[in-house]
Design a protein around this ligand. Structure first.
Ligand SMILES: [Zn+2]
Length: 394
């Protein structure tokens, strides 16, 4: 049987290299040029609002702006990436840059401010180098019960930081992510500073929904709107960044309607399907060859996916058994296979028949149940794989 080409699992994980150049910002060339010119001419307003819908890379641009502002060796309109200021920016530790963002407090007497959440924030910036993802921030905060806000305690923190003179740079930069989440008392505390800041202070506000910002804050900013991207531009980004096929990139980009984040999410889901398919093909090939040594390695690798993902793989494998059985019945309207899966089914489907389909399906279901019940995944998966070696030849 020709079931080779199992290959290695796809890896579309986002590279976590921090964004460090204007050229890394997707689309919005006009806005990028505008802020670069402002910095070059040393005319950056003391409070600039970057706003646009979610899924548009506004926070990334704010970060590059701060880095460019601080870089001591700008080159061709980009930060150098090598000077001490750039190095600090790329590890999210620049001494004259601070971030404010929505957070929550454990109880109403808590004095928490953003500094208490910095480990989460750095993780967030590392996880979202391209486009900020509010949902991911909520996941990192691990608090489903209350809406995060920027509280008055944080405004006091901002006032304190801005009142100190800058350490190493001409300008201190305060990046406020989602000013629409400033509570009213917190916003009021900032009004005077935003209107009449110290000479060495620059605020960059980054908003998903400018209409929700308090009017008193909004009116004190200069504003640049960033726009959703076209499908072609999103697709091109996916091709450049992840090396995927242009046709696949367009298929993912079109339904995302210019939202890069959504396109990346659906591509990553697709990549999981691809990874599961590869693992399924490999299992069947090794089971057919009765290669127990390699099957043991296979079981270890699938167990390493971690519990939840292993279970998703087993659900996937169970479904593939059914799909391949249906494939034999020549009812294409009842089959739900990707192109890649269908290609494999042309060779593999004949091995799934009335005598083994239910029993093989049950093996996957049973293994999923046992793993959910905290069993040892390596043992369960290897045991299952051995049974498949018998069933595949029935
Ligand atoms: Zn530099």
């Amino acid at each position: 049987m020709d079931l080779v080409d199992c290959g290695k699992s796809a890896n579309f994980a986002q590279t976590n290299r921090p964004i460090m150049k204007f050229s890394d910002i997707i689309g919005n060339e006009q806005a990028v040029q505008q802020v670069r010119n402002l910095i070059d001419a040393d005319r950056l307003p003391h409070a600039l609002l970057l706003h646009g819908e979610p899924g548009v890379p506004k926070l990334a641009l704010a970060r590059v702006m701060a880095q460019y502002l601080h870089c001591t060796d700008r080159r061709d309109g980009e930060p150098c990436g090598q000077c001490p200021a750039c190095c600090q920016h790329e590890t999210f530790n620049h001494t004259d840059t601070f971030f404010s963002f929505p957070y929550w407090r454990k109880d109403k007497n808590s004095e928490a401010c953003c500094d208490d959440f910095l480990p989460y924030w750095r993780e967030f910036l590392g996880d979202c180098p391209v486009v900020e993802d509010y949902q991911h921030w909520l996941e990192l905060l691990k608090n489903e019960n209350s809406q995060p806000e920027i509280l008055v305690r944080e405004s006091a923190n901002i006032l304190r930081k801005m009142s100190m003179s800058s350490f190493t740079s001409k300008y201190k930069v305060g990046i406020i992510w989602l000013p629409e989440k400033l509570r009213e008392d917190a916003a009021n505390k900032l009004l005077k500073l935003i209107e009449e800041p110290y000479d060495d202070c620059k605020f960059i506000l980054v908003s998903d929904n400018a209409k929700a910002i308090l009017g008193t804050i909004y009116s004190r900013t200069q504003r640049i709107e960033m726009r959703r991207l076209g499908t072609q531009r999103v697709a091109q980004y996916l091709v450049d960044r992840y090396g995927i096929d242009t046709q696949d990139a367009l298929a993912v980009a079109a339904p995302a309607d210019g939202n890069v984040l959504q396109a990346i999410h659906s591509m990553q889901q697709d990549s999981e399907v691809h990874e599961f398919h590869q693992a399924f093909v490999e299992l069947m090939r090794l089971a057919y060859m009765r290669n127990l040594g390699m099957l043991r390695n296979w079981a270890e690798r699938v167990a390493d996916m971690k519990r939840e993902k292993s279970r998703r793989f087993l659900d996937y494998a169970a479904r593939q058994v059914r799909e391949n059985f249906i494939y034999n019945l020549h009812h294409p309207d009842l089959n739900y296979l990707t192109r890649e899966e269908q290609q494999f089914s042309t060779r593999f489907a004949p091995f799934i028949n009335e005598a083994n389909v239910e029993r093989m399906y049950e093996q996957f279901r049973l293994a999923a149940e046992q793993i959910a019940g905290n069993g040892n995944a390596k043992i369960i998966l290897f045991d299952m794989a051995v049974r498949i070696t018998i069933l595949i030849k029935v």
